[in-house]
Design a protein around this ligand. Sequence first.
Ligand SMILES: C[S@@+](CC[C@H](N)C(=O)[O-])C[C@H]1O[C@@H](n2cnc3c(N)ncnc32)[C@H](O)[C@@H]1O
Length: 212
Amino acid sequence: MTNPRAQAQQTKAPLVRRLREGVKRFFGPWGMFVRGFIKHPVMVGSIVPSSPTLIRHMLKPIDWKNTRLFVEYGPGVGTFCRPVLEHLAGDATLIAIDTNEDFVDYLRRDIRDSRFIAVHGSAADVEDIVRAHGFDHADYVLSGLPFSTLPAGVGPAIAAATHRVLRPGGAFLVYQFRARARDFLAAHFARIDNAFEWVNVPPCFLFWAWKD
Ligand SMILES: C[S@@+](CC[C@H](N)C(=O)[O-])C[C@H]1O[C@@H](n2cnc3c(N)ncnc32)[C@H](O)[C@@H]1O
């Protein structure tokens, strides 16, 4: 004879598992991002992923039809990757580069799209990474890097490498909590458009540095 208590527990187990999985799915990217911040606060630089309003604002000037390669620095848990992939042509590529291996593993598991490549590495090596994937240049580079807390010299090196890797007419898109990133950009880019986005935690500066 079946024990009613054991039977009740058996029916409860899948329900509890399903509930746990649902909660994990709902909080998944947030939980992952907060864990990443706790582990590497200086490199991650923020405890909250970018808002949908910031994402729309930042991506607005992009000419998607003429984009073959889009590169993102510091994708974190992929807050920008998904909207970029929604706009990107079927034969285009998104390369996302992050120094945090946990984030890269998470992205590889979570974003199943043949146009998406997650690379564990530094933005400073963007030229080698782009070449290693069969491209000569990038059309756009987007950065969520915390420029003001990066080790000395890394910000200027990344701005220089980005200018070299972009095609003429391409742009370096940067969102930052402090305006200082503009100094790194101004050393290489003659034309820099800027804006401020209040609907983000915290509100931030946006720069579009164009390679003429
Ligand atoms: C503020 S988070 C950006 C999160 C995400 N892009 C968003 O919009 O929510 C900064 C990210 O930059 C990464 N990072 C820091 N230094 C880096 C570097 N030199 N190259 C590539 N990624 C870096 C961190 O690991 C972290 O994922």
